[in-house]
Write a protein that binds this ligand. Sequence first.
Ligand code: ATP
Ligand code: MG
Length: 298
Amino acid sequence: METQRLRIAMQKSGRLSQDSQALFKSCGLKINLREQRLIAHVENMPIDILRVRDDDIPGLVMEGVVDLGIIGENVLEEVQLIRAAQGQPFAVKTLKQLDFGGCRLSLAIPDDVEYQGPASLAGKRIATSYPGLLKRFFDEQGLSFKSVMLGGSVEVAPRAGLADAICDLVSTGATLEANGLKEVEVIYRSKAVLVQAPNPLNDAKQAIIDKLLPRIQGMQQARESKYIMLHAPKDKLAAITDLLPGAERPTIMQLAGDTNQVALHVVSSETLFWETMEQLKALGASSILVLPIEKMME
Ligand code: ATP
Ligand code: MG
């Protein structure tokens, strides 16, 4: 029997776990994740959360074992490339790019080795957990290399004499630095994405997705937006509005007991930098407030 509860896979523990959990929470899902269970039931919506290794998520979504999954684009793209090389199809739908899990897949070599472009690595041994993405990069360059497949601890491979270079995920670069490596080439940029199983879902499940997506959108938009309030001299209103980023239609209000000034409120698509605030002040604006927005719906 097909379940009516929407199943979503997320990484159990790792770099995507906390942000995935925060995303569900911000969408209004009440989950008790404290217990070390594989499946967590959402109390206030017909949704079950499956917590697994991130590597398992593309397969689970593709097979329709779960309906949705949150996964790094790097893993998704790698699975796709490897399957394509074996002549196997891989079709999952990307529903939304998320605003977390940002990282890059980069080539790195020992600090003391000279680098003059990808050709410096021709024929070299490169350790990676992403042979598909690495091969695509080298194919595009028309170069060959020797792939050394490692599931983890890729960064120690050069020192251990296993490889001449590595191709690994980087966010701050601290791990590379600690291992005496320098980043020489970014070959892929990744973020977390929400993906959906290829087959159409039943109406009940689709209805939940139709509810979740605008909520995710609303959270992301809110994070990028600010509510700006200020007092402005009436004769400088146009110049002041011009300075506000993404502020098409401000609300203008009378100030009690002041006929020369008005209050201006606006939702801006960006934050206000100090420089802009100083320019606004120079034009005569005062009481400038920049407030965070929790959620929004258009
Ligand atoms: P699992 O035990 O679930 O297999 P893992 O060790 O494979 O975990 P993590 O290191 O937790 O995976 O990374 C999960 C995802 O987080 C990566 O595939 C990537 O999309 C993203 N990510 C963001 N920043 C980084 C980073 N600095 N290093 C590695 N992954 C990162
Ligand atoms: Mg993994």
